[in-house]
Design a protein around this ligand. Structure first.
Ligand code: FAD
Ligand code: FES
Length: 306
């Protein structure tokens, strides 16, 4: 069994692309052949801009996508030279992250151009379990869709993850994404999910696309339908904490297993500082667990939200 940080490495590498894909949202692609070969859905990377010291500590960003068919590590060729005047051609062994530009690190990342360096440490964290089910329902709020593209690719059998080869693929015939955002301009990567074969159920708070309201509305419709059909369902969820709590309650009401990917702020990323803890257990018997080491993915039924 692979454990936290078994495959982690610290690299300084080259940015290939850094594009706007939605309002305040960019997708950054960098060369990282060994990371692309070993990462599994739900893991994350600690990212720094090596050109400055503010912020000094890295920020966690989840794996969004990686090159479709990474070469075996032994046969990888060195990274191609970078043309600083334009984006380099498509290269094997890249990683994509998607980030909302909001604070110090993400604002400085947004200014980096193809050919610049980025400091990356990972892959870190436990990732999602690869559990067979009739219908995998992914629920995202805001930028919380990022860990789900590769999970859908794996679950639908489009891609295999993890170079240890011990993760199954193609364990789910149907994958849906219930995706909630403030308005349609914040919806990022819809075409990537459609291309992967994911059924989209959109909800926006201003009604500019999909259902007018919260993402729990399409989720409850799906859970009701599947309760009638008798299909087995698993819910995975990532987004703002109140939304994850509401999704966890809905899943419990419909007796459906649910995992949440927590986005607690992190400092060290290696289990030392306890900045990232969440209360995990039962009200009678709980403990602090570190999101960076024991998470970020936890069984929703075990999270004490308050
Ligand atoms: C496992 C994991 C995966 C994640 N994956 C992603 C992902 O894929 N994409 C993504 O976009 N994010 C992701 N995040 C969240 C991301 O790590 C944080 O949002 C990170 O803080 C952003 O870094 P930053 O330096 O840009 O923002 P920070 O500077 O750290 O700011 C974070 C928040 O604090 C506020 N803030 C900053 N300074 C102050 C201040 N002085 N007073 C008041 N408020 C302040 C900012 O406005 C912002 O809302 C993930 C987090 C975790 C733990
Ligand atoms: S970030 Fe330091 S223990 Fe998790």
């Amino acid at each position: 069994m692979t454990h936290f940080a078994d495959c982690a490495r610290s690299i300084r590498t080259t940015i290939i692309e850094n594009e706007w894909i939605a309002k305040d949202t960019r997708r950054i692609r960098f060369l990282a052949p060994e990371m692309a070969a070993s990462v599994v859905p739900g893991q994350f990377f600690m990212i720094r801009n090596p050109a400055g010291n503010d912020p000094l500590i890295g920020r966690a960003l989840a794996l969004y996508n990686r090159s479709p068919a990474p070469q075996p590590i032994s046969s990888q060729s060195p990274a191609p030279p970078v043309d600083h005047d334009r984006s380099p051609p498509a290269a094997a062994g890249w990683i994509d992250l998607v980030y909302l530009v909001k604070g110090k690190l993400t604002s400085s990342l947004a200014k980096l151009r193809p050919g610049s360096d980025i400091a990356v440490w990972g892959p870190l964290g436990n990732g999602f379990p690869a559990a067979p089910v009739d219908h995998l329902v992914m629920v995202a709020g805001g930028i919380g869709q990022t860990p789900f593209l590769t999970l859908a690719q794996e679950a639908l059998g489009n891609a295999k993850f993890g170079d240890a080869g011990n993760r199954p693929m193609g364990y789910t015939p149907q994958v849906s994404l219930c995706y909630g955002a403030r308005s349609q301009e914040y919806l990022a990567g819809l075409e990537d999910f459609e291309r992967a074969g994911v059924e989209l159920h959109i909800a926006t708070e201003d009604g500019s696309r999909g259902i007018h309201g919260r993402v729990t509305l399409p989720l409850e419709q799906l859970l009701q339908n599947e309760q009638r059909s008798g299909k087995s369902v698993r819910v995975v969820c990532c987004g703002p904490e109140p939304m994850m709590e509401a999704v966890a309650e809905l899943a419990a009401r419909y007796a459906v297993p649910c995992q949440v990917s927590l986005e607690t702020p992190m400092a060290c990323g290696i289990g030392i500082c306890f900045t990232c803890v969440a209360k995990v257990g039962t009200t009678a018997d709980w403990d602090y667990k570190r999101t960076c080491v024991e998470g970020p993915v936890f069984d929703a039924a075990e999270i004490l939200w308050h």
